[in-house]
Design a protein around this ligand. Structure first.
Ligand code: ZN
Ligand code: ZN
Length: 415
């Protein structure tokens, strides 16, 4: 039997809720998505609860589940996944944090948690931040790396550190910067929180007078004058994707998080020029990489971020546009991968409804097209049509077993 292949397209934040102002339609219902609809019509269609019904998932735990790893067992924090994705070789004692460049006023009140989603010059700011040394806590080295837009990672390396410390990011605008504290009273956690607090304070000193921020002020933009930390964690220990599913995996994503999950699972990360993980992504380049990547791998995950960003920005039109662009990627993939012999699956890691601007606990549509799957005859892929589909309602963790079974690679349970 020929080696069957599969492509899994993860559309970040695709799910949504009907909007009164838009004829009670969701962005997916509103968008013109002929290729997703074609995939849905001839394939299995259903709803997927990323974790379980009603649970509002972060992208970290949701994507772990979609890759087949139970977050209850393997999740050790967002920071280390982002750091792995940024190409930092994390040691077992390192503590990694997810970082945002942000805007604070003179009283350290957070005006913008993303410094206007800064797009240009973040690497220059990061250079200044990476030169900061922690002096109040001996024996600690720091590694600081920018990832995408306003995002970066911080790693503390040294003896006697702990992940049991609180975030400095208040997570809400208008609130003050939070002082990091030890959550377990241990010496290690106290050292770590002291190092974090010093680093954040010094980031403000380094960034406040930075020439790029002067420029931003002149252009009427918000200064990126501090970093905010969150998601402390240690390196996760994941069994390889090959040992879990007997598949040679590749992953294409513009985001550090998804690249980090792939690299923790020993899945090859294919870097694509123009696949930036921001709103401006080159989908043509991404489609080509999927098709190229599928040649010597039998499982390719392609993750697209843009719909989630539009969801967080409460941008209905932007989300419709992002979904329509993803649809062209889906079209290329279906045409090139030979869906008569191979599988193409599409789902999302969670809903990010534009009416809310944050992740909700709603189930999301899931579609699987390929040989010998019963046709749903669903004409238009949407949240509502998926609830009437022929796959029923599954969890994120169920997707990989279903796909490997269709591909003829599952192991017999029992005897
Ligand atoms: Zn997400
Ligand atoms: Zn999100």
């Amino acid at each position: 039997m020929a080696d069957k292949r599969a492509v899994l397209i993860v559309v970040d934040g695709m799910g949504d809720r009907p909007l009164i102002d838009h004829d009670y339609k969701t962005p997916l219902e509103y968008a013109n998505t002929p290729n997703m609809d074609r995939l849905a019509k001839g394939g299995l269609v259903g709803l997927l609860d990323p974790i379980s019904p009603g649970v509002r998932p972060g992208s970290d735990v949701a994507n772990l589940a979609l890759f087949g790893y139970d977050p209850a067992k393997y999740y050790t924090g967002r920071g280390p996944l982002e750091a792995l994705g940024a190409g930092i070789d994390l040691g077992p004692n390192d503590i990694a944090f997810r970082v945002n460049f942000a805007t604070v006023d003179d009283d350290f009140r957070v005006e913008d948690r993303r410094a206007g989603r800064i797009r240009k010059g973040a690497s220059k700011l990061a250079k200044s931040v990476s030169e900061i040394k922690v002096e109040s806590v001996p024996g600690i080295r720091t590694i600081f790396k920018p990832t995408v837009d306003h995002r970066a990672v911080l790693v503390l390396r040294g003896e006697k550190l702990s992940k049991n410390v609180t975030d400095t990011d208040p997570l809400e605008e208008g609130l003050k910067l939070v002082i990091s504290r030890a959550t377990d009273g241990s010496e290690e956690a106290k050292r770590t929180s002291a190092a974090v607090n010093e680093f954040v304070k010094r980031s403000h000193e380094a960034l406040r007078e930075h020439p790029l921020n002067q420029e931003r002020a002149n252009d009427g933009e918000k200064p990126a004058n501090i970093i905010l930390t969150r998601g402390a964690g240690t390196r996760p220990s994941l069994p390889s994707f090959k040992s879990m599913f007997d598949l040679r995996g590749a992953c294409i994503s513009g985001t550090a998080l998804v690249k980090g999950i792939a690299s923790a699972a020993s899945i090859d990360v294919i870097d694509v020029r123009g696949a930036t993980g921001s709103i401006k992504t080159d989908y043509e380049a991404k489609a080509k990489a999927v098709i190229e990547g599928a040649k010597d791998k039998n499982f390719v995950v392609v993750h697209v971020k843009a719909p989630d960003i539009a969801g967080h920005d409460a941008d209905f039109k932007g989300k419709v546009r992002a979904l329509e662009e993803v649809d062209t990627l889906v079209g290329h993939v279906i045409d090139e991968v030979d869906i008569g012999a191979n599988y193409v699956a599409l789902t999302s890691d969670h809903a990010t409804p534009v009416g809310y601007g944050f992740h909700t606990g709603d189930p999301v549509p899931v579609v699987i097209g390929g040989p010998d799957v019963p046709a749903s005859r669903v004409l238009k892929l949407s949240e509502a049509s998926a609830s009437r589909g022929n796959l029923g309602r599954i969890r994120g963790l169920d997707l990989m077993p279903i796909l490997t079974d269709l591909m003829g690679r599952s192991r017999l349970y029992g005897s």
